[in-house]
Design a protein around this ligand. Structure first.
Ligand code: GDP
Ligand code: MG
Length: 295
């Protein structure tokens, strides 16, 4: 049996969480077209007959600086330093720029074995793939490149096989029926955040945090979920709620449906919107909102 940990790193929006979800076969991380979708480090575990891959999803690599992104970057750096394999995810359809090569070389140093998942090949001209692979090798990036599409399921078996072959021999690190280290409560809060990321534009999604007040399974099997959406500004609150509460009702209804699918039970959801100015610049509040604590 081979088993080990794989840090999944790469730029924001490269497709890291999507790739982990398909390799694990269940939703362990939320996904949206916006950067900063993944804030925390999440383990996704893929179990096979003779392997266990423990993926460490990371928030990604950012240029923008505030207390939240700083903390997210530290998460990525610590994750990449203490694993059996690095899986660098690159969004192939964006092409390869000098700064991508630089970034790969920064993380792929030879200390830890590494692979590159060159993803989203479903939305790019195929003839560019070999050109980019050659370009990386000529630039001195020392890792095999696997072109894949997480969305269309292309070439994933080959990537998985390559990952397994680079893991050490050893027993499974987690019980085989486990797919994540995250609690249901955490995932339910994340589902709420995912729907907000998908529904609202501009600065609103990045300035919100979810605070769970009640997460409880009742005797009749129904889950009671009571949560606050914390935003940074009064006018954000107004936008989140919308005319006569229409926007909030809609986003809460989408979230509830997905929570029910995830939990396999009915959900009674209550949502409030609260304002806490500039919480992203306040370390204390970031911790209070549950970032930086792993279960
Ligand atoms: N076409 C296409 N889109 C993808 C693929 N993988 C991810 N995406 C999209 O890219 C965006 C960012 O994905 P996400 O997994 O959240 O990226 P992360 O920030 O690296 O975790 C989302 O809109 C995904 O649906 C893929 O293989 N093909
Ligand atoms: Mg992500």
């Amino acid at each position: 049996m081979r088993s080990g940990t794989v840090a999944v790193i790469g730029r924001a929006n490269a497709g890291k969480s999507t790739l982990i979800n398909v390799l694990v076969g269940e939703k362990v991380a939320i996904v949206s077209p916006k950067p900063q979708t993944t804030r925390d480090r999440i383990l996704g575990i893929a179990n096979g007959e003779d392997y266990q891959i423990v993926f460490v999803d990371t928030p990604g690599i950012y240029k923008q600086r505030n207390a939240l992104t700083e903390w997210m970057m530290r998460t990525t750096d610590t994750a990449s330093g203490s694993v059996d394999l690095l899986l660098f995810v690159h969004d192939g359809h964006q092409g390869i720029k000098d700064e991508d090569v630089e970034l790969m070389k920064k993380y792929i140093t030879g200390d830890v074995p590494a692979l590159i998942a060159y993803t989203k090949i479903d939305i790019m001209p195929k003839e560019r793939i070999p050109e980019d692979v050659v370009r990386l090798s000529e630039a001195g990036v020392e890792a095999d490149v696997y072109p894949v599409s997480a969305r269309k399921g292309q070439n994933l078996a080959a990537l998985k096989k390559a990952i397994v072959s680079r893991l050490p021999e050893g027993e499974a690190l987690f019980p085989e029926d486990v797919v994540s280290n995250r609690s249901e409560k955490f995932m339910v809060a994340e589902i709420m955040r995912e729907k907000i990321l998908l529904k609202y534009d501009k600065e609103i999604p990045h300035g919100i945090a979810i605070v769970m007040n009640i997460f409880e399974r009742k005797e009749n099997g129904v889950y009671e979920v009571n949560l606050d959406i914390v935003c940074e500004k009064r006018n954000h609150k107004a936008i989140l709620i919308g005319k006569q509460g229409k926007a909030l009702k809609e986003v809460a209804s989408f979230a509830r449906q997905d929570m029910e699918k995830f939990l396999g039970a009915k959900v009674y959801l209550t949502v409030y919107v609260k304002v806490k100015e500039d919480w992203r610049d306040r370390e204390g509040l970031i911790r209070e909102f549950g970032y930086g604590t792993e279960e």
